[in-house]
Design a protein around this ligand. Structure first.
Ligand SMILES: Nc1ncnc2c1ncn2[C@@H]1O[C@H](COP(=O)(O)OP(=O)(O)OP(=O)(O)O)[C@@H](O)[C@H]1O
Ligand SMILES: [Mg+2]
Length: 256
């Protein structure tokens, strides 16, 4: 569903300097697969998502979604940004339904589905509030609902739970898994939390510091549906250890 083929990205700074954000990144994500991306700040995770979303062009290599070269944003793809990006003048319900209305894809059931998603995200009763009347975490939950409502074949999530408190974060991550399993979207999910990556993903991509390259890809063989009780299992622990070892550049423990 998503194919990155030897992708490189170089940014030119305003002072003429060049930053190589990504180098030789190759990755295939299958339909319905959940792939998490972890790595140090500045290693190119957001850049990778933006390339797949068609928001910035690659410098070298190719990106395709569903077999089509990506050169602009597509209706197949929805993105949740690192910081919530809501329309300040539109209420919660209109923010969530905005992309579908913009694309002319809103149907008779759109509003009902939006209300149901908002309820799932703990936002029932806030449908007519403006973004500025919500907390940062609530705004981010609206942005997540907006992406899910589109039922995209490709869902790109850039630290979507970063602004949430720990409890809401845990609740939302299991809720995301439930909704994802219903929609069957291919997911690229950036997080700084190793345990969140292992809990959610089929595979965890570990990136090296700038220039970002893929340092390791760890298969997470835990059965689904996932739950927090699995955090106590040896397979969970081994995966997290291996990811940590790669990030901190230590020898990979024998068990991995
Ligand atoms: N529009 C841009 N212009 C110039 N440089 C950029 C631009 N966007 C990103 N970069 C540079 O590319 C590198 C990767 O940035 P990116 O935002 O992808 O990192 P990240 O892994 O998402 O970091 P974080 O975990 O802090 O969000 C950084 O060095 C950054 O300065
Ligand atoms: Mg980022």
């Amino acid at each position: 569903m998503i194919r990155l083929d030897a992708v490189g990205k170089v940014f030119a700074g305003r002072d003429g300097s060049r930053v190589t954000a990504l180098e030789e990144v190759s990755l295939d994500v299958a339909p319905g697969e959940f792939v998490a991306i972890v790595g140090a700040s500045g290693c190119g995770k957001s850049t990778l998502l933006r390339l797949v979303a068609g928001l910035v062009p690659v410098t070298t290599g190719r990106v395709s979604v569903a077999g089509k070269m990506v050169d602009e944003p597509s209706a197949e793809t929805a993105m949740v940004f690192q910081a919530p990006t809501l329309l300040p003048w539109a209420d919660v319900l209109r923010n969530v339904t905005f992309p579908l209305r913009l694309m002319g894809r809103a149907g008779g059931d759109t509003e009902a589905r939006a209300r149901a998603l908002l309820a799932t995200a703990g936002l029932a009763g806030f449908e007519t509030k403006l973004p500025r009347e919500l907390s940062g975490g609530m705004q981010q939950r609206v942005a997540i609902c907006r992406a899910l409502l589109q039922q995209p074949r490709v869902l790109l999530m850039d630290e979507p739970f970063g602004a949430l408190d720990a409890l809401t974060r845990e609740e939302m991550s299991l809720e995301l898994l439930r909704i994802w399993q219903e929609t069957g979207a291919a997911v690229l999910f950036v997080t700084h939390s190793i345990s969140e990556a292992v809990l959610l993903a089929d595979r965890v991509v570990v990136m090296s510091p700038r220039p970002g390259r893929i340092a390791d890809i760890v298969e997470i063989a835990l059965p689904r549906p996932r739950g927090f009780e699995q955090e106590g299992e040896p397979a969970f622990h081994a995966a997290a250890q291996r990811i940590r070892a790669t990030i901190y550049n230590r020898a990979v423990p024998h068990a991995a």
